[in-house]
Structure formats: C-alpha cells, structure tokens
Design a protein around this ligand. Sequence first.
Ligand SMILES: Nc1ncnc2c1ncn2[C@@H]1O[C@H](COP(=O)(O)OP(=O)(O)OP(=O)(O)O)[C@@H](O)[C@H]1O
Ligand SMILES: [Mg+2]
Length: 242
Amino acid sequence: MNSIAVYSSKGGVGKTATAVNLAYASAHRGKRTLLCDIDPQGASSYYYRIPIKGQFNKKQFLKGRFKKYIQRTAYPHLSLLPAHFSFRNLDLALDPEAGNELKKIFASLKDDYDVLVFDCPPNMTLLSENLIMAADQVVMPVIPTTLSIRALAQSIKLFDKIGAERKKLRAFFSMVERRKNMHVDTVRSYRKKKVFFKTLIPYLADVEKMGATREPVAVSRPGSPAAVAYDRLWMEVWKRRV
Ligand SMILES: Nc1ncnc2c1ncn2[C@@H]1O[C@H](COP(=O)(O)OP(=O)(O)OP(=O)(O)O)[C@@H](O)[C@H]1O
Ligand SMILES: [Mg+2]
C-alpha cells in the first residue's frame, strides 16, 4: 500500500482538486484506491457526493474503527472515507509525544487498498505532522507566487523538525496562468529543482466547475487539458513513489 498526502500549510492552493483527481486517476488505472477526506470542510466528500453515515466521528476514527464508514464511489476501484465536522478537533485528540498515531491507524488498511490519498486541511499542526508521517509521499501544490514558494520552504523546515524524510516531499505548480509574468518567471526559476514534478496544473475553468458537476474532471470532461494534466501528474507521482 502506498499512501499519498496532498498537503500544504496554505489554504486554497488546489489540494482538494488534486486529491479528488489524483485518486480518480489512480483508480482508473486499476489501483484499489481510498480517498481519505481528513479536512472537516468535507470538500472531497462533497465532490464525490458521499454523505456521512451513522455514528462516524473523530472518536471512531482515532480508535481505528472506521472501516464500516468507508463508502464506494460511483467509480470502479475507488472508495472514500468521508470527513466529519468533529475532525476540526483532531489535533486536540492526538498525542503530542507520538506523531505517528495516524500511521498506525491507516496501516490496518494495507491488505485492502493499493493507494491511499489524504486530502489534508491547510495547517502546520500536530495533525499535519501525523499526516506527513503516515504518508509515503507528500504531494504539495504550489501556486507560482512568493507566498506559496515560502510555504514550500516552511514545509521543508517542518519535515526537518519532525524528522520526516525530505525525499518524500514533492511539489508541483498548481493553478498556473501563463498570462501572468510572475507565474511564468517563478515556474521558470524553480521547475528544474529536484523537489518539483515536471507536470504542472494550469488554471482551468473545468477544474473550477467541479463544484457544480461534482465529478472528477476526467468524468465531466474526458480528454480535456485538465483531465490529461491530472492523469500525467498521477503517472509522475506513481513513478516517483518512495
Ligand atoms: N487548476 C485549477 N484551475 C482553476 N481553478 C482551480 C484549480 N485548482 C483548484 N481550483 C479552484 O480553486 C479553489 C480552491 O481549490 P481547492 O479547494 O482544491 O484548494 P484547497 O487547497 O483544497 O483549499 P483549502 O485549503 O480550503 O482546503 C476552488 O474553488 C477550486 O475549484
Ligand atoms: Mg481542501
């Protein structure tokens, strides 16, 4: 089982759009995939039209009693663990001395899935630390602007601080707009650095429209530039898995 955390300390950089479309690409290419919506905003669950069932909340999740709340999506090989509003307090329930509680919890799924994708909330907290430790690979969307590059530098610092291996951190440029000089210049300066994937995700209306279609772009707009870009990103993520 390979786990991939789509993470950034910055909000609104395209984490959920990426998690939703990467998980779809993984499943479409035949991997038994579980998308874990760890963000209490529940956007991934919303995009896949998955409601929360029964008594699911952070207590069940942290006790590792969450398998029965996993739901199938409309697509082959793809399931989803929905987020719950109580996840907003996950940080308070985690042991600050441990750092690897979530890694242990997710390890119980190793025979059931080939790929786990975590849609992480925008934070730099104990929960972020747990998600980074639980992941084999951390995929970070970076909008080509100063503050996003700064968030990448801060994440590298966080990796060092918590003792996570830097080699499992990979970034890609997200929401790239070719008509903006700053985007073009930033991509040009950083793209060849080892930490970056080659694939970049352009700013495309089809991704924005996912809020209305509530489908991955490869379903709502098969063969579109957005669908092709996410599939290409998935191939790179899979190829460079640690
Ligand atoms: N490549 C893209 N092109 C156009 N719009 C995009 C793209 N990626 C994301 N968006 C839009 O930008 C907004 C933020 O994206 P998203 O929700 O994926 O970010 P996020 O990092 O998960 O945010 P949060 O930190 O709140 O969880 C959404 O409205 C989304 O539809
Ligand atoms: Mg999100």
